[in-house]
Design a protein around this ligand. Structure first.
Ligand code: FEO
Length: 173
């Protein structure tokens, strides 16, 4: 067995921390939605949090399988409040883009180190990030649509408030 290199081990230990932070962040978002009685949103976020823990554990197992040492670090506190549902979704999208960069940097390291097992393992994450970013972008797009519709309803409401009597209406026509 080729033992994992120090640089790769350290970088993967950092990634474990990032994945646990992602899990913590999404669980915090679930709690935010739970507080607003948006149980569907909360359910989605809880599953997302579970997936992030699984991602962390994939790195954990990989380091062990390669004879390395797992070293857990402190997890930062996530935000607990957001201005709107859309802001939550936008933060998920931003966060996933950052995770993608981090996975890509790990892959570059695996190429430099000629660490073939790491390259194969990281290819799964590269595909997973495409999915993760797509899901986040879909959520942002849907929430933007709802917001636009909300604005359209307000505009219609404003127009309706301008209604005059029957005469005024026929004059308009
Ligand atoms: Fe582990 Fe959402 O990336």
């Amino acid at each position: 067995m080729t033992i994992i290199g120090k640089a790769m081990q350290d970088a993967m230990n950092e990634q474990i921390n990032k994945e646990f932070f992602s899990s913590y962040l999404y669980l915090s978002m679930a709690a935010y939605f739970e507080d607003k009685n948006l149980t569907g949103f909360a359910h989605w976020m809880r599953l997302q949090a579970d997936e992030e823990r699984e991602h962390a554990m994939k790195f954990y197992e990989f380091i062990l399988d390669r004879g390395g040492r797992v070293q857990l670090k402190a997890i930062d506190a996530p935000a607990t409040e957001w201005k709107s549902n859309l802001e939550v979704a936008e933060q998920v999208a931003e966060h996933e883009a950052m995770v993608t960069e981090s996975i890509n940097a790990l892959y570059e390291l695996a190429l430099r180190e000629k660490d073939y097992p790491a390259q194969t393992m990281l290819q799964w994450f590269i595909s997973e990030q495409v999915e993760e970013e797509k899901n986040a972008a879909d959520l942002v797009a849907k929430l933007r649509l709802i917001e636009e519709r909300g604005t359209a309803v307000l505009m219609l409401d404003h127009r309706l408030s301008k209604r005059g009597g029957e005469e005024a209406e026929s004059e308009e026509e």
